[in-house]
Design a protein around this ligand. Sequence first.
Ligand code: KG4
Ligand code: ZN
Length: 391
Amino acid sequence: MIILGIETSCDETAAAVVQKTGNRIKILSNVVASSASIQAKYGGVIPEQAAREQLRSIIPVIEEGLNKAQVTSNKLNAIAITQGPGLIGSLLIGVETAKTLAFLWNKPLIPVNHLLGHFYANWGAQSSVVSRQSSDKTSLKADSEATPKADEAILKTESYPQFPCIGLLVSGGHTDLILFKDHGKYEYLGGTRDDAAGECFDKCARLLGLPYPGGPAIANLASQGDALRFSLPRPMIDSKDFDFSFSGLKTAVANLLKEVRGDGKKGIPARSRSERSRVRMYDGISSRQDPELANFCASIEAAIVDVLVAKTIKAVQTYKVNQIMIAGGVAANQKLVSELAIRCQSSAIRLSVPPPELCTDNAAMIAAAVFYNFHPINPLKLQANPNLSLS
Ligand code: KG4
Ligand code: ZN
């Protein structure tokens, strides 16, 4: 079975062709056009701008997905489309395109909850994403040509997560803990009451003058810093439920920054406008240039990771399962992965982590979800739903 997946929930425009033969899933192509470089200029996603870029790139991205997979539309068995949640303008572009193609090619159309889709990155392969900047045709070509066959790989079935399983979704918009009993059978255990983990990374990075998205920027610097340098709260780490709260951590970082900048003794200097823009441009700033910045990053990362790990392990113990899978952009964080791996190893728990390029938004995960949740819908009845959730 061959599925074309389409994903446009936030600022990415993505298409992938994924094949399932027996129990094996093979990603034939995985194309992601991101307007992240444009968002970086403004420190975040501007919905109208994201949608405008997506309108421009949706057809070329789908064409490139099919071409790279060497699959024509008549070979497709179905089309998988992200229905929500996400930005309504962005979702509409993907959903309306998918509906049109389903009519045109006479293919079943299957809506996918983006949040559930993230977990199916664990059923994806170790492929390399063809990363492209939208509205820049020259660099698109150069990028695709530079990685001729990199986006083709096979993952063995034995590596797929087993049920029952605790799923931790950590993305820019969501932090959710789910007990999966089987494909399509799950129980929502808890989630964030305010900011998501990725949002906390992004907001703290902004406070520090680092570029968007903040997660990778903080993680880069954190590896050079001392996580014990600044004491930050671990919100709700001991609460009896499986909920999270990260907005207090962001406020604590803001207050600490004010304090440190105010007395100047702890080293991190107040940044002038020109210094801030220098840091933005300087993604790879080293600890020698500004040691306290790296210490701040390490302390923030440790606080977020500690909470995520503690709650996930608590869920595993409470529900007596021996499998964890993580998903979402923050699952690309190496500290989160290594801390979880240490805890899992000592308790004989299996940990499934998608390759980093399948953690952030992509269409391969949306297509993979459909192999196990094949529920076609009449295209006339399909509507984008920005408020879909897992609870
Ligand atoms: O899943 P995703 O691509 O989009 C949503 O569905 O939200 O997640 C994006 C989030 C951003 O907040 C970004 O800062 C975060 O994932 N992120 C990371 C890392 N890579 C991406 N956070 C921490 N460490 C990373 N290496
Ligand atoms: Zn996402």
